[in-house]
Write a protein of this length. Structure first.
Lengths: 337, 690
């Protein structure tokens, strides 16, 4: 199956003569040189795929180009060069009409500061993408009511955005982005403007929604913990370059660059790593009754493993033995050394 | 010279100002005062400008692009200039709309006359549209208020129109209202369109800025003469003058509102799949609604502020009544008309705000009668009151009071006001008079003499020097160019008189405003109170300020200056309060914890931080003052305003003179604006407030 989103050599460079500078450089962009020439490099040679139903989290500090990358893929800004395929079609080559069509049918986006329309109620905000599409008022309101229920805002349909808390406003933003039932869901730092406690709650809510909806997601954040919690895969960006793109546990175990290591250093490994990453090959002595799954996060099964006197089996989803686990390795993860 | 001194001068603005002052004083005293000396007065090389302008206007009206136009009376083709036909059709269209609304409410047959022949109308004299009885209109205003904002607005609308009716101001009020109801939407549409255009295209915005600056700082009088030349006299001319004056703030508000929309909201609209049109009408304009509505509000206020001035070019209504009352020194009558204008302003203001905030309820499940209940009541009441009024035709022999109460028969409180004025006049005559005399001989007279005795080279050095120290070489050249333009006309002496009056009024108004604003801004409640007082005073048409001062100080510079000071104190106060309120709370707390006294806090923390904002208020004060000083020509001053006013009665060369002089006043205001704005910007940056 071809990937839902596919980027190859995407560049975004801000400035007047970006195009000529880029073609002169032959794709080898040095941010400093460009800056001297009056250009700012937003995205520097990004190539990656996102598969159907996968959640890719783009992580980076402010100015790293993560939001710019997202906006290139949704074509809120035009990439300076490169190919961006959505379901096999190059979005950079689409005309305005095709683009509107694509956004109306396939895309939804959630924004950092909610971006709700201040003059519309919760219900009207959620129904908005349907109404610009030409759905009748009755049908769009009906659909919006469904979405209100989905994000747990029942009873507040007629509130104005200003009457809601930040978390509630973002629920409206989420409901609005889902109203047209898009395949692809873009989220631009959706929880960054929220208090820590609300943020945790919204992340849980988000995971619940995703388990039901199973969208293809690009999620931008500056919070590495959030990325670890949510992602199928993480892309870490710095100065427009994707430093590493991998599964969360691989990033923690094998940071590709010093920059990535700075993030992973303080991450409690047991909260990220799965049994799989520390298991040994099948041990003939592992004959006991107790087994853990290879997808279990170490923290959740550590107690069970350390309390056991036997060597523990590791099984896969179908309950067949794929390896064994040595408690000493768990101890190493938990306490270092 | 020692290098050290040079460095001090370069780094210290105070030293620079000191040197500038010394140079200015030297020039002032050393340049001989005689005609023919170009350092004393420049030759009037630009004296041809008003004449050329006139030639252009008249050529456009009578010569350029001739068209063959069929004349139905003489039954032949006639050569007419395209431009004149164009202005004529605008006049006709506007006049038709205004008359239409007017007759809809007051009755008449002028509109019917448009559609049928005169002869037929004469034969069928039953064919006139019936007037709306004021009783029904009152019920209508009550119901409309109820629909828009519940019982409070209902009472405002109901009592307001009841007052207007029984005090005999029904007819002029409707005349004014019809004027506003037609002018406001035109300003709205024009302002919104230009605003959107400016927002979408940066080049358009850059081109609009200076045009708007000039339009907003031109004295209103300066527009009147050219408008008479182009459009003739009548309600439509007043409407056009108002459109010219009220549209710029609408454009500015629209651009401001659209620019303030967060880019995320635009992106959200795009990601929802909006087309360009949908984005504009469903996302951008509604999101900027607050600023756009502020613009509408300003437009309505400007319309009402203009009703008196519009009456100079033939607009009927309350403005005309007020003008006539003022001319015949009936201060009570003038005050009554003024009160009606303010009342209409307040009602329209509240109603439009409530209407804009109305929301749709999707869960309503109403029957036809429930939904249109109020409309049905209104319809029925029109019917009932009209029938009663019609039947009463037989009962009243001359005037049917159920249709309209004429002004002579209405209630009035004019004589109480007159009596009060008389009392003040009799009681304080001597003290007021001696104050007036003192001010004229000891302060204003010498000041005027000093201004007139200023060699042109000294004036230019001073203004350009200040501009250079504050804004650098570009600002200096800009300001210098504008001043030079005035200096090379033959009106420089008049301009100096205008400058002296403006300077005096600006200083006094700013002091008043800063003091009053500072006192009230100490508490939150005080701020609120003083801001709503400012709101209240700003609904007054500028004219109203002249009413009391004429009585107290006769027709002298003092009256005009006092009116100008009172009028211009409003923005100075408002900006002071804004500036003081914007001082961050943490700084107040830091000050308190450092143990400052109230006075120390004011001088050391509040004023320095609020000063850039206060200066923007002073900027406004300059514009307000100039407007009032020019308006003062009405009661006789001898500055530029007098000439502009005089141009009103000179059809031949009037338009060119009025535009040129208006432009001069506008250039003076803009010069100050350029310098002050630059300064405030830098200062805010330095304080980390921008």
């Amino acid at each position: 199956m071809s990937p839902t989103i596919s980027c190859s050599s995407v560049y975004k460079i801000f400035g007047n003569n970006a195009q000529t500078l880029l073609s002169e450089s032959g794709g080898n962009v040095d941010a400093k040189k460009f800056q001297e020439a009056g250009c700012i490099v937003g995205v520097n040679n990004a190539s990656f795929d996102v598969n159907q139903g996968e959640m890719l989290v783009v992580m980076g500090l402010s100015g790293s180009g993560k939001s710019t990358l997202l906006r290139c893929i949704s074509r809120l800004t035009d990439a300076t060069s490169g190919k961006i395929l959505i379901d096999g079609e190059d979005i950079c080559l689409m005309n305005n009409k095709q683009l509107i069509e694509l956004r109306r049918e396939k895309m939804g986006m959630v924004f950092q500061n909610f971006a709700l329309l201040p003059h519309k109620t919760v219900l009207e905000n959620i129904a908005f993408p349907l109404q610009v599409k030409g759905v009748t008022t009755e049908n769009s309101i009906h659909k919006a009511l469904e979405m209100v229920e989905l994000v747990g805002l029942k009873g507040r349909e007629n509130y104005f955005p200003r009457e809601l808390s930040g978390g509630q406003q973002q629920r409206v933003g989420i409901a609005r982005s889902l109203a047209v039932e898009p395949d692809i869901w873009f989220l631009d730092e959706p929880f960054s403007a929220l208090d820590p406690l609300i943020r945790k709650e919204m992340q849980d809510e988000f995971l619940r929604l995703q388990s039901v909806l199973n969208k293809t997601i690009m999620f931008v954040t500056h919070d590495f913990d959030e990325a670890l919690r949510l992602a199928d895969r993480i892309a870490i960006m710095k100065d427009g370059i994707i430093e590493q793109l991998d599964k969360p546990d691989n990033i923690v175990l094998n940071p590709a660059t010093d920059y990535v290591r700075k993030f992973t250093e303080d991450v409690p490994r047991e909260k990220v790593l799965k049994i799989e990453s520390i298991m040994d090959a099948t041990d003939p002595h592992a004959s006991g009754e107790i087994a853990v799954k290879k997808d279990d996060i170490i923290e959740t099964v550590a107690e069970k493993i350390l309390n056991s006197k036997e060597i523990i089996k590791v099984v896969d989803g179908k309950n067949s033995v794929v390896g064994s686990i040595n408690p000493s390795k768990v101890i190493k993860v938990l306490f270092g050394g | 010279m020692d290098k050290n001194y040079l460095n001090i001068i370069r780094s210290s603005k105070l030293a620079q100002f000191g040197i500038l002052l010394i140079v200015f004083l030297l020039l002032y005293n050393l340049v001989p005062h005689n005609e023919g000396n170009y350092f004393w007065r420049l030759p009037s090389l630009l004296a041809f400008i008003p004449i050329k302008l006139n030639e252009i206007i008249y050529a456009a009206l009578y010569e350029w692009f001739p068209l063959k136009v069929w004349d139905p009376i003489f039954e032949m083709y006639e050569e007419k200039a395209a431009f004149r036909e164009f202005t004529k059709s605008i006049s006709k269209g506007l006049l038709f709309l205004i008359t239409f609304v007017r007759e809809l409410l007051l009755g008449g047959d002028k509109i019917i006359d448009v559609f049928v022949s005169d002869a037929w109308l004469k034969d069928n004299d039953w064919m006139t549209w019936p007037a709306l009885p004021w009783t029904a209109a009152t019920v209508g205003a009550f119901l409309l208020g109820f629909q828009l904002g519940g019982i409070r607005l209902a009472l405002l609308g109901g009592i307001g129109s009841l007052y207007v009716s029984i005090f005999g101001n029904w007819v002029p009020s409707i005349q004014t209202l019809s004027f506003v109801l037609i002018t406001t939407p035109i300003c709205f549409v024009l302002g919104l369109s230009f605003g959107i255009w400016g927002y979408l295209d940066r080049k358009v915005e850059t081109a609009l800025q200076p045009v708007l600056n000039v339009m907003q700082t031109m004295p209103q009088f300066a527009y009147l003469v050219p408008i008479i030349a182009l459009f003739g006299l009548g309600d439509h001319a007043g409407s056009i003058a108002t459109i010219v004056i009220a549209t710029p703030p609408m454009i500015r508000n629209t651009i401001l509102g659209l620019k303030r929309i967060s880019p995320e909201v635009v992106e959200a609209g795009l990601m929802s799949g909006c087309t360009k049109t949908q984005l504009l009408f469903k996302v951008l304009i509604p999101t900027a609604r607050r600023d756009i509505l502020n613009g509408v509000n300003t437009v309505i206020m400007q319309c009402l502020a203009m009703v008196v001035i519009a009456s100079f070019v033939g607009a009927k209504g309350l403005g005309l009544n007020l003008k006539i009352a003022l001319n015949s020194l009936k201060i009570g009558k003038a005050a009554e008309a003024g009160f009606c204008i303010v009342l209409i302003a307040v009602i329209l203001d509240r109603f439009t705000k409530a209407w804009a905030n109305k929301q749709v309820d999707y869960f309503e499940n109403l029957t036809f009668f429930q939904r249109y209940k109020l409309l049905i009541i209104f319809g029925t009441s029109i019917l009932i009151f009209s029938i009663i009024a019609f039947i009463a035709n037989g009962y009243f022999d001359k005037i049917n009071y159920l249709y309209v109460i004429p002004i002579e028969k209405g209630f009035t409180f004019a004589h109480y006001i007159d009596a009060a004025v008389d009392w003040v006049w009799e009681t304080f005559f001597y003290s007021l008079n001696s104050f007036n005399k003192f001010l004229l001989t000891e302060v204003l007279g010498p000041m005027k003499k000093a201004y007139l005795g200023m060699p042109v080279v000294a004036t230019l050095t001073l203004t350009m020097g200040v501009a250079y120290i504050i804004g650098g070489i570009r600002t200096s050249l800009l300001v210098g160019g504008m001043m030079l333009f005035i200096a090379m006309s033959k009106y420089w002496d008049r301009a100096l008189i205008t400058m002296y009056m403006a300077t005096f009024a600006v200083i006094m108004a700013s002091l008043n405003g800063i003091i009053v604003g500072s006192i009230f801004a100490q508490t939150e409640r005080g701020s609120k109170i003083i801001l709503s007082v400012c709101d209240f005073f700003e609904t007054f048409p500028s004219f109203v300020y002249l009413i009391p001062v004429i009585f107290l100080f006769n027709i002298t510079d003092t009256s005009v200056l006092i009116a100008a000071i009172v009028y211009a104190t409003v923005p100075a106060t408002r900006y002071t309060v804004w500036g003081l309120n914007s001082v961050p709370l943490s700084l107040h707390e830091a000050g308190t914890m450092s143990g400052v006294s109230r006075i120390q806090r004011w001088t050391n923390i509040e004023i320095p931080l609020a000063f850039p904002t206060i200066m923007l208020g002073v900027n406004q004060t300059v514009v307000f003052t100039l407007q009032m000083v020019i308006l003062g020509a009405l009661i006789g001053t001898e500055d530029l305003g007098q000439l502009i006013f005089g141009a009103l009665s000179r059809a031949q060369d009037g338009p060119g003179v009025a535009i040129t002089l208006g432009l001069f006043v506008s250039l003076m205001a803009i010069s100050v604006d350029v310098i002050v704005r630059k300064w405030a910007e830098e200062r805010k940056k330095a304080l980390g407030l921008a």
